[in-house]
Design a binder for this molecule. Structure first.
Ligand SMILES: [Zn+2]
Length: 330
């Protein structure tokens, strides 16, 4: 061979893209006729360039498809919004004609807004559809509650609003925390953030309800004590599930025992800390055994049964967990 393969390989990209001189082209072609190695290199280069082209075209087709789908969704959203506008206009006219003013119309308007937020927003939102739908529907729901409360002359708006927000937060807070961009330091503590956020709403709900019912000293003491008792349990759940590196069975065992103790001893703890609030609370009473003589003892026995069963179930899980842990190490 006249030329070394290294030299030809330097020329191959130019040859492949048809931008080398006529002389170089001849040299490469002559070499290719003789050299098996360089022929296979050219073949590989052709395959790679074909693949690149295919990928580019694929990406282009997908992007076009996505655009056209988005356009279709926005059109569907606009049509749905227009259809929803019809009852709004009809009710506006009726309310004006019959009542010579607007009152119940606002209930219809906010109810339709709630429907629109659930139907139209997911269609027209370009990205983060769940987040936008959640935000818009929550605002619409609060507006609906407010108009109903004003229309009925009630004073229950805050109780209803905080109850709804607490429920929505319980279900959707994990998705929201996952969807939004958090500072680096908070990234690892999403579970804890969700837990703190939900606890905040629980206490807010207790406060709003207390004010609404004019709760006395006992209400505040009992409600805050019971809530805190279970908020601490939930906190232990988060800590164990998220931060401890035990296997699943061990975690399940510890959590079952913990929850059994917490549930079984609720009334006993409340009695100990709030002697004034002990009316009718059955406590675990071992001296009574499991005889069902009166309602209090029967209730106490249920607490005791919960306690014993969950401790036994927890111990079984723990034993399995410890066995598996040893197996993993071996
Ligand atoms: Zn060669």
């Amino acid at each position: 061979m006249k030329y070394q393969c290294d030299m030809i390989e330097d020329l191959l990209p130019l040859y492949q893209d048809h931008i080398c001189s006529e002389a170089s082209r001849q040299i490469v072609e002559e070499h290719l006729q003789e050299c098996e190695h360089c022929r296979s290199t050219v073949g590989l280069m052709r395959d790679a360039s074909l693949e690149n082209q295919l990928q580019k075209e694929c990406g282009h087709v997908l992007a076009e498809h996505r655009k056209s789908e988005n356009r279709k969704m926005i059109t569907a959203g606009a049509v749905t919004a227009a259809i929803l506008l019809i009852p709004v206009i009809v009710c506006l006219i009726c309310n004006l004609a019959v009542g010579h003013g607007l009152d119940w119309f606002f209930i219809v308007l906010t109810a339709i807004l709630l429907t629109a937020s659930l139907l139209v927003v997911p269609m027209v939102a370009a990205e983060k559809k769940l987040l936008w739908t959640l935000l818009c529907s929550t605002c619409a729901l609060l507006a609906l509650l407010l108009t109903c409360c004003i229309y009925s002359g009630g004073n229950w708006f805050f109780v209803a609003a905080v109850s709804c927000l607490f429920g929505i937060s319980l279900i959707f807070a994990p998705y929201v925390v996952r969807a939004i961009a958090l500072p680096q330091k908070l990234q690892k503590h999403k579970a804890l953030l969700v837990y703190l956020w939900d606890s905040l709403w629980l206490y807010l709900l207790l406060i709003v309800c207390g004010i609404f019912v004019g709760g006395g000293h006992t209400y505040w003491k009992v409600s805050l004590a019971v809530a805190t008792y279970y908020v601490v349990l939930a906190f232990l759940w988060v800590l164990i599930l998220r931060y401890l590196r035990w296997n699943r069975w061990t975690k399940a065992g510890v959590l079952t025992i913990l929850t059994g103790i917490w549930g079984g001893l609720t009334n006993d703890v409340i009695k100990r800390f709030l002697p004034s609030a002990n009316g009718g609370l059955e406590h675990v009473d071992l001296s009574q055994g499991f005889s069902v003589r009166d309602v209090d003892v029967f209730g106490a026995n249920i607490h005791l049964t919960v306690l014993v069963v969950s401790i036994l179930a927890g111990i079984v899980c723990l034993l399995v967990g410890i066995g598996k842990g040893k197996g993993d190490k071996e």
